[in-house]
Design a protein around this ligand. Structure first.
Ligand code: CBF
Length: 832
C-alpha cells in the first residue's frame, strides 16, 4: 500500500498508462521504437534477429499490461490459487504462441511484411526455452497454457537454469553434448530485484523448551544462498488472463565477492562463495526417468521449494487470515516427487517459525498438497541418502522422521498383525546407507495422488503404492489422463489444418473446446475436405523434407510413408525395436528381385531424441541408428524405397515441424512402462496414425478413436512379469527374424560389431528386460499392415480424419478442469 501512487494522482497516471497496440501500423511503430531505442540498432543495421527482438519486445509490452491487470485482479478477488511446482518447464519458443494467444499474429505479419520480413524467418530467430527433459516438462508447459486460457488464478514455480537441456550434435554417428546457453537475449523474463529469499543449507538444530514447556527447534549456522525471482508472463488464449511463472535464480547471499580476500591477493577464493551459490541454478539435470542422487540436485530441489514456499506463505499472510484457512486459499501441486521437500518445509515454517503445533501443521499441510506420479520405473523413483539429508537439511530430516513416526504408529494401530507392512511402507528404507523414499512422503503428505493415464493410475495402485491404498483407502488415488494444448500443438504447429477445421466448424472456438472436433466427422466423406486435408499433410511433409535435407544432407521423397519416432532415447521406449525393424526391412529388400522391389511401399524412418549423457546404452542406440542410416541411405539397391534419418537436437520447436508431417508415428514402449506419453496425442491430432503397444495413453486413444484407426501390437502389461521370468529361466526362443538382424550386425554390416554387442547381448544373454524379442514378430507384422493400409489412400484418409475428429478428450484444458474440480477445488476468476 505504501508503495502505491496516492489516490489524487491516480488519474494522471491512468491518462499516461500505456495502451496496447491494435493495428499493424501501431505494431510497427512499437517494434521500430524498440529496435532503435532498446536495442540501439538503426534502419541500416536491422537484421532478422533485431527484428525478432523488436517484435518480441512489442508483444512483451502488450503481455505486461494484461499481466499486471490479472495479478491485481487476482489479489483483489482473493480466491483460492493454484501453485504448480515443477522442476521442469519445457516452454519452447514464446513469440509465436504469444501472438496467437492475444490474437494479433496477422497484424504482426502484415507489419513485418511492410518492413520486408517474413514471419517464419522472424519466429525462427528465437532460442527455445528448454528448461526440461521431455514429457514431464512439456506437460507442465501445456498446463500453464490451459490454466491461463481457462482463467484459473495460478502460478508456476520452477528454477531458472542458466543452461537448459544440452544441445545435441551428431558427430561421426555419436551424440555429442554442447552447452545450451539460452539467456543471451531473453525478453520474456523480468528479474524482480526486490524479491529475494534467503535459503539456508547445512548447519545444525538446537532444541530447547520454552517457558511453557513447549519444545522449540532452531535451525542455525550453515550457509545462506539467495533466491532471486524471475517472472515470465503466461498469456491465455483469447482471454486477458495472463498468469505468472516464477523461476528462481541463485546468488550468493552477500551479493558480491569478498573484497578482503581479493585485496589480500586471494583472488580465487574471493569469488568462490559467489560461484558456489550460482552453481545451484546453473544446470538442468539432463536425465529423463532416471535419478542419480547427486548432492547438487538435492540442493536445487530444496532451494526451489524453500523459495517458493516462502513466497506462497508471504502472499497468504498479507490477507491476515487464520492458518486454518491456508488450504482454502492455497493448492500446491507436486509435479512428480522432485518438489516433495515442500512438505517438510511447510511443516517447518508452520511449527518453527509460526509456532503452530504438530497436529495443526500436519492438518494444514496434508490438505494443501496434491501429488502427481509420472512413472513406475524403479530407476526413476527418488531416494536420498539419510547421511546426505542429515548434512544438508538437518531440520528437515527430523521432520521427516516425525512424519514417519506418526504414520507408522497409525499403520501399526490399523494393521496390528502385519509387521512386514511397517518396513514396506516406512519412509526410511533400511539399507546401507539408509535412504529416504521421497514418493512415500509425497503420498503421505498429500490429500490426493494421481497417475497420468488410466492404465498407469491403476498400476500405481497395484504396484508401488499398493500398501498405501490399503492404508488410506482407494479414494485418495485418482487418475487425470494427460493432455496437450491445442493452441500450440494444432493451431501454431499446423496453421493450415487449424484453418481448414475452423472453416468447417464456423470459427476457432474448437481451440477452447476441443470436443467440438467431433463435428468434423460430418466431413469425412466430403471430397473437397479430404483433398485439402491430404494436401496439407503433403505440404507438411515437404516442410519436414527440407529440414531433413538442411540438417543431414539426405534427400527424402515426401510421397513416401513418413514413419516417425521422436522422444527421449530410453530402453523402455524401445527405439532399438524400431531400428531392428528397419534392419529387418532392409535385409528383406536386399533379398528381393527387382520386380519384387517395385511393390515395396517406400518409407522414410525418422528418429530424433536425446540420450542422457551418462546413459551409455541409449547412446549406443543413437549410434546404431546413425550407422544403419549411413549404410541404407547410400545403398543403390534401396534408393528411395527406404531412408533412415536421425534428426539431431530434437526440441519443442523442431517438434512443431515434425509432428504435423507424420503418416505413422511410433509409441512402442514395453507394456506398463510408459506412464502416458503425450506425443502420441500430438501426432493423432495432426492427422497421423500411430503404431503402439497397449501402454499409457495409447489405450485411451484407442478407446476414443476406435480400434480400426490405430495399429496396436505386442504383449500386454499383465503378461510382462511372466515373460521376464521366462527369459531369466531360459524358457524362451529368440525371434528368428531378430536373430537374422543380429547376425547382420555381428557381421559388421553397420560398422564395428563390437560397438553394438552390449545392445544385442542384453537381449540374447541378459534377460531381454524390455521384451524386444517377444514383441518383434507382432511389430514386424503390424508394420506390414501399415504398408498395406497406406497403399489404400482413400481408407487411410478416412481413418486420419476420423481420428482427428475424436481427439477432443486429449486437450490439456480437460485435464486442468479435472484437477481443479477433483484435486484443487479452485474456481476461475473472470478477467476485468
Ligand atoms: O506425465 C508426463 C510424462 O512424464 C514422463 O515423461 C516422465 O518423465 N515420467 C513419462 O515418462 C511420460 O509417460 C508422461 O507422459
Amino acid at each position: 500500500v505504501e508503495a502505491s501512487i496516492p489516490e489524487p494522482q491516480r488519474e494522471a497516471w491512468k491518462k499516461f498508462a500505456p495502451k496496447p497496440f491494435q493495428t499493424a501500423e501501431e505494431f510497427e511503430r512499437e517494434a521500430i521504437r524498440h529496435i532503435e531505442t532498446t536495442l540501439a540498432r538503426s534502419l541500416y543495421n536491422c537484421d532478422e534477429f533485431a527484428t525478432y527482438a523488436g517484435t518480441a519486445l512489442a508483444f512483451r509490452d502488450r503481455l505486461i499490461i494484461d499481466w499486471n491487470t490479472t495479478q491485481q485482479n487476482h489479489t483483489f478477488k482473493d480466491q483460492k490459487r493454484v501453485y504448480y511446482l515443477s522442476l521442469e518447464f519445457l516452454m519452447g519458443r514464446t513469440l509465436d504462441n504469444a501472438m496467437l494467444n492475444v490474437g494479433l499474429k496477422n497484424i504482426a505479419k502484415e507489419g513485418l511484411e511492410s518492413l520486408g520480413f517474413r514471419m517464419e524467418d522472424i519466429v525462427a530467430q528465437e532460442h527455445d526455452a528448454a528448461l526440461g527433459n521431455g514429457g514431464l516438462g512439456r506437460l507442465a508447459a501445456c498446463f500453464l497454457d490451459s490454466l491461463a486460457s481457462l482463467n484459473y488464478p495460478a502460478w508456476g514455480y520452477g528454477l531458472r537454469y542458466r543452461y537448459g537441456i544440452f544441445k545435441q550434435e551428431i558427430v561421426d554417428g555419436y551424440q555429442v553434448e554442447v552447452p545450451d546457453y539460452w539467456l543471451d537475449f531473453n525478453p520474456w523474463e523480468f528479474a524482480r530485484h526486490d524479491i529475494k529469499v534467503d535459503v539456508q543449507f547445512y548447519g545444525s538444530v538446537r532444541k530447547y523448551q520454552d517457558d511453557d514447556g513447549k519444545s522449540i527447534s532452531v535451525w542455525e549456522g550453515g550457509e545462506i544462498v539467495q533466491a532471486l525471482a524471475f517472472d515470465v508472463p503466461i498469456p491465455g488464449y483469447q482471454t486477458a488472463t495472463t498468469n505468472n511463472l516464477r523461476l528462481w535464480g541463485s546468488k550468493a547471499a552477500s551479493g558480491e565477492f569478498d573484497f578482503q580476500k581479493f585485496n589480500s591477493g586471494d583472488y580465487e577464493s574471493s569469488v568462490a562463495d559467489q560461484q558456489r551459490a550460482e552453481t545451484i541454478s546453473a544446470v538442468l539435470y539432463p536425465n529423463d526417468n532416471l535419478e542419480r542422487g547427486k548432492e547438487l540436485r538435492l540442493k536445487q530441489q530444496y532451494f526451489w521449494c524453500a523459495a517458493s514456499l516462502y513466497d506462497i506463505v508471504r502472499r497468504f499472510k498479507k490477507t491476515h487470515r487464520s492458518w486454518t484457512e491456508f488450504p482454502n486459499q492455497v493448492a500446491i501441486q507436486l509435479n512428480d516427487t522432485h518438489p516433495t521437500l515442500a512438505i517438510p518445509e511447510l511443516i517447518r515454517i508452520l511449527i518453527d517459525l509460526e509456532g503452530l503445533d504438530w497436529d495443526q501443521a500436519w492438518d494444514i499441510t496434508s490438505k494443501t498438497f496434491g501429488y502427481t506420479n509420472h512413472t513406475v520405473l524403479p530407476e526413476a523413483l527418488e531416494k536420498w541418502s539419510v547421511p546426505l539429508m542429515q548434512h544438508l537439511l538437518p531440520r528437515h530430516l527430523q521432520i521427516i522422521y516425525d512424519i514417519n513416526l506418526q504414520f507408522l504408529q497409525y499403520v501399526e494401530r490399523t494393521f496390528p498383525k502385519d509387521r512386514d507392512m511397517l518396513s514396506r511402507v516406512s519412509v526410511i528404507e533400511e539399507s546401507n546407507p539408509k535412504m529416504v523414499r521421497m514418493a512415500y512422503i509425497a503420498v503421505i503428505g498429500s490429500h490426493k495422488v494421481n497417475g497420468v493415464a488410466e492404465l498407469h493410475s491403476d498400476l500405481i495402485k497395484t504396484t508401488i503404492f499398493k500398501d498405501f491404498v490399503a492404508i488410506f483407502g482407494p479414494d485418495k488415488f485418482t487418475n487425470v489422463t494427460n493432455g496437450i494444448t491445442p493452441r500450440r500443438w494444432l493451431h501454431q504447429a499446423n496453421p493450415r489444418l487449424s484453418e481448414l477445421i475452423a472453416s468447417k466448424l464456423g470459427g476457432y472456438d474448437f481451440l477452447k473446446d476441443l470436443t467440438m472436433l467431433h463435428k468434423l466427422e460430418a466431413y469425412v466423406d466430403d471430397a473437397a475436405f479430404r483433398k485439402e486435408f491430404q494436401e496439407i499433410k503433403y505440404a507438411n511433409k515437404v516442410r519436414l523434407a527440407k529440414l531433413i535435407k538442411d540438417s543431414t544432407g539426405v534427400s527424402v521423397n515426401p510421397a513416401s510413408l513418413f514413419d516417425i519416432q521422436v522422444k527421449r532415447i530410453h530402453e523402455y521406449k524401445r527405439q532399438q525395436l524400431n531400428i531392428f525393424g528397419c534392419i529387418h526391412r532392409y535385409l528383406q529388400i536386399k533379398a528381393m528381385t527387382p520386380a519384387a522391389r517395385k511393390k515395396v511401399m517406400p518409407r522414410v524412418h525418422i528418429f530424433g531424441g536425446k540420450a542422457a549423457p551418462g546413459y551409455w546404452m541409449a547412446k549406443t542406440v543413437i549410434h546404431l541408428i546413425n550407422q544403419v542410416g549411413k549404410v541404407i541411405n547410400s545403398d543403390p539397391d534401396v534408393g528411395d524405397l527406404m531412408k533412415v534419418i536421425f534428426l539431431e537436437d530434437y526440441n519443442v520447436s523442431k517438434a512443431e515441424l515434425i509432428v504435423p508431417a507424420s503418416d505413422i508415428s511410433e509409441h512402442i514402449s514395453t507394456a506398463g512402462t510408459e506412464a502416458s506419453g503425450t506425443s502420441n496425442m500430438k501426432f493423432v491430432l495432426n492427422g497421423g496414425l500411430i503404431i503402439g503397444t497397449c501402454d499409457g495413453a495409447n489405450i485411451e486413444i484407442t478407446r476414443e478413436i476406435g480400434e480400426a484407426n490405430i495399429f496396436l501390437f505386442g504383449n500386454l502389461a499383465e503378461d510382462v512379469e511372466d515373460l521376464r521370468h521366462a527369459h531369466l529361466y531360459g524358457r524362451y526362443q529368440l525371434d528368428p527374424a531378430l536373430a537374422t538382424v543380429f547376425d547382420a550386425i555381428k557381421h559388421g554390416t553397420f560398422g564395428d560389431a563390437s560397438s553394438f554387442s552390449a545392445l544385442v547381448n542384453g537381449i540374447v544373454d541378459h534377460g531381454d528386460y524390455y521384451l524386444v524379442s517377444d514383441d518383434f514378430a507382432s511389430y514386424c507384422k503390424t508394420q506390414e499392415l501399415i504398408d498395406e493400409g497406406y497403399r489404400n489412400q482413400e481408407e487411410w484418409v478416412t481413418r486420419a480424419i476420423t481420428s482427428v475428429a475424436r481427439m477432443g478428450f486429449f486437450s490439456s484444458d480437460r485435464c486442468i478442469d479435472e484437477y481443479a474440480e477433483m484435486i484443487w477445488n479452485v474456481e476461475p476468476v473472470v478477467p476485468e
